[in-house]
Design a protein around this ligand. Sequence first.
Ligand code: 5GP
Ligand code: ZN
Length: 115
Amino acid sequence: MNHTCIFCKIVAGEARAEIIYRDEFVTAFRDTQPVAPTHVLIVPNRHIESLNQAEAADAAALGNLFMAAQKIAAAENIQQGGYRLIVNTGPDGGQTVFHLHMHLVGGRRMKYPIG
Ligand code: 5GP
Ligand code: ZN
């Protein structure tokens, strides 16, 4: 655990968040500044700064980000309508919290390309 990392604190139960899913590898909670009716962040329980720091041993956790997204989309009733998964990486990617996370956004029609 990285004690200066807000997402590590949420995973450890030391910071408040609306946690909606949790397993051995990942934890999911609602974004405090949602950009869509459903906006959930899914994070590996282990502190990984960004995708650039992920290692082969993290493959199960990375895979579980997707499997958790699939389950949460079903639970949120957006599976049929569809949804978007985003992993911002580094400055050009728009990453602001340096604990790898996947955004699950849905509940409205998304635009593409992204601005
Ligand atoms: P990024 O820009 O790094 O991909 O996304 C970071 C996301 O984390 C943003 O959507 C922001 O609203 C969210 N966020 C930042 N701090 C907190 C927090 O303390 N709790 C929760 N639930 N979300 C946060
Ligand atoms: Zn962390």
